[in-house]
Design a protein around this ligand. Structure first.
Ligand code: ARG
Length: 372
């Protein structure tokens, strides 16, 4: 029997994929990646089996995700088109890496994903797979079946008794991981319509956030965040903690019309509380420590780096070269940034670093004895 390794999330698309692939004579093995989406992965595993998967792999990839994917992106200050912190885009190459690994282990000749032909994720899955193993064949059921909309997929799931959570009212397509939430579809497809409150998954609306500001101090060492308010955390817990604090204050929402790789414009909303706080603090610290020219060059690299991640070109050589430049700039990015969070806004109100190039004596407009 032909074996296929399916990147499975338990959502509408991938659930329908299991049944569709089985009906076409495949033995379906599902792979569920834990990227900190804080879902009950055991429940999703059971759902995969109930839907007909013959085997399910669940892998906790959070450590690798923060260390090898989130951290380099933070050091790069990479944000796509000034708004999108790339949570989904960053998760994909890591999923692909393990999908290919497990396919090898299982001696499967096929891998499959549940992405549509309209988005970026298909490019990330297919390009990533091709780079890592050009011999593996990718099947993309959503691109070839004749279900034309999410509504039709819901009907298909009902007919085939596929367990799903989505209803025609709750039509959003949501992708979550530790670094953020990406939300598409439904009411959001009208670029004039304000996103309904219910579309946001983590953050309070700024108008409902506490009316008292909260101050947070973040300490970085060589470009890496190490502690919050003097207390050190592992990177996973540090991000979780900032997601909690940021969500409470309505930080990290973005509403964007973005340029997809395939040339379409789309309207998406995002939530990335920790990412927003960390990017801001990191850039503030860089502005204290980096000389102006390096800082400006780095801004250009940040755009390139974000574009590369967005386009699913994570495994290419150019990225390694950019990483070298970025890491070189991070040697002195050590210090503390003090932030004020208040009703959706996050601003730096204090900064200090032993490598600071800021020199009050030189810059001051007030006269200091002995300095002219
Ligand atoms: N537009 C974003 C990206 O391409 C988010 C995609 C989100 N996917 C989803 N299933 N909601 O990275």
């Amino acid at each position: 029997m032909k074996k296929v390794l399916l990147a499975y999330s338990g959502g509408l698309d991938t659930s329908c994929c299991v049944t569709w692939l089985k009906e076409r004579g495949f033995k379906v093995i599902c792979f569920i990646a834990d990227l900190g989406q804080q879902e009950n992965l055991n429940k999703i595993k059971v759902r995969a089996i109930k839907t007909g998967a013959s085997k399910v792999y669940v892998k906790d990839l959070r450590q690798e995700f923060v260390k090898d994917f989130i951290l380099p992106t933070l050091k790069a200050d990479a944000i796509y088109e000034g708004k999108y912190l790339l949570a989904t885009a960053l998760g994909r190459p890591l999923i692909v890496k393990y999908l290919v690994d497990i396919a090898h282990k299982e001696k499967a000749k096929y891998v499959a994903h549940g992405c549509t032909g309209k988005g970026n994720d298909q490019v990330r899955f297919e390009g990533g797979t091709k780079t890592l193993d050009p011999k593996l064949k990718t099947i993309a059921p959503v691109k070839i079946w004749d279900l034309k909309s999410r509504e039709e997929e819901i009907d298909y799931a009902k007919n085939k008794r596929i367990p799903i959570d989505v209803t025609k009212k709750k039509i959003y397509s949501i992708d979550k991981n530790l670094w953020g939430v990406s939300i598409e579809c439904g009411a959001l497809e009208d670029p004039w319509a304000e996103p309904p409150k219910s579309a946001y998954q983590w953050t309070s609306a700024p108008e409902d956030a506490p009316s008292k500001p909260e101050y947070v101090e973040i300490y970085f060492e060589k470009g890496e965040p190490k502690n919050i308010n003097g207390k050190s955390y592992s990177l996973i817990n540090l991000i979780k903690k900032l997601n909690d604090i940021g969500s409470k204050h309505g930080i990290g929402r973005a509403d964007s019309i973005e340029n997809r790789v395939i040339g379409l414009k789309s309207r998406e909303i995002y939530e990335a509380p920790a990412g927003t706080i960390l990017h801001l603090a990191h850039k503030e610290l860089e502005s204290m420590v980096l000389d102006g020219d390096t800082q400006h060059n780095k801004e250009l690299i940040a755009i390139k780096y974000a574009k590369l991640i967005y386009a699913g070109r994570w495994f290419i050589k150019e990225k390694k070269a950019l990483d070298k430049f970025i890491n070189q700039t991070q040697k002195n990015i050590t210090g503390t940034i003090r932030l004020k969070l208040y009703k959706g806004s996050c601003v730096a109100v204090g900064r200090k670093s032993k490598y600071s190039l800021y020199n009050k004596k030189l810059v001051t407009y007030s006269s200091i004895k002995g300095v002219k």
